[in-house]
Design a binder for this molecule. Sequence first.
Ligand code: DAH
Length: 367
Amino acid sequence: MYTVPKLDDYSPAALDRAVADLFGALDAEIAALHSESDWKEFRDRWMARKNGVLTQVNDTWLKAAPKDAKRDVGQRVNELKARAEAAIDAAHEKIHASSAVTKLASERLDITLPGIRRPIGVKHPVLRVQDEIVAVFKAMGYSVGEGPEVETDYYNFESLNFPPNHPARDTQDTLFIAGQEQKAARDRLLLRTHTSPVQIRSMEKLAPPVRIVIPGKVHRNDPLDATHSPVFHQVEGLAVDTNITFSDLKGTLDHAMKSLFGSSVKTRFYPSFFPFTEPSADMQVSCIFCGGKGCRKCKFSGWIELLGCGMVDPNVFEFVKQNGYDSSKIAGFAFGMGVERIAILKYGVEEIQLFYEGDVRFLEQFA
Ligand code: DAH
């Protein structure tokens, strides 16, 4: 901190040096001021009447000056005082302004910040594939239908030509609703094991011709493993008209598979059995992963089994005969496919459970 030196040399050069030293010190102190209270302390030290630096200058320099130097020193001290006071005032203004700026800055409310963005979800991959399948058939003129998940034995089995106690029922491990023993067998409730019951429901409502796809959830008493889930999704299809043949079925499904998997995919039809179709077939697609060369995924056969289909069995039409389904005049084909199975193939998913766990790390890959 600056203290006023005693002067022995009152020559103009020595006075110039002393004044320059004083302002050097003054400027350094001003530069170190940060707050209003710093400034007040500083001002008092320099300007206090009693013993302030400027008073000391007066006492130490002017009063002690030899007679012949008094005039010059007096003038210099007056100038010095005026200059120092002006600098001290200016410092005050600067401190004041910058503390106002700091205050404003600390109170600043940045309304330009974005709000908290909640990521918008995307369609679940199963639903997405289901919608894609439906869209492929819609483009071919199919309408879309739905039916109940809690179904009667009649629609799930009997009207689809699974007679009571027929062994074909055992292929679909069914979850029955408890406590219905007093009801007639056909009225007993169960969780539908496939979307096929909506075939009959649709034909009861709509006279031929019909072309309809039916997406929905189905339930089976299957333990969960890499490829099976007790709850899964199917898309059912039904086309009934005059002159429908097996080649219509083949052409329709071949087109659908090319739409879903790309135009290079091939299809083939293998004999199979379903009570509600005759003849029945399993449709296979050329392996999505190896293009048909043979790999682990297709068990080195080059083909992957994808869905069941066939020509609607005349016994099925018997149940809706009164609505115009006379098997001597009309014919139809039907098919049913598992949505998860198609999603697994399309996206190369290793385990069906991933679809149901709701793990965002899995799901966001479909965003
Ligand atoms: N409902 C059958 C199942 O879940 C799949 C099926 C096969 C549906 C043949 C059909 C069909 O419409 O014609 O295994």
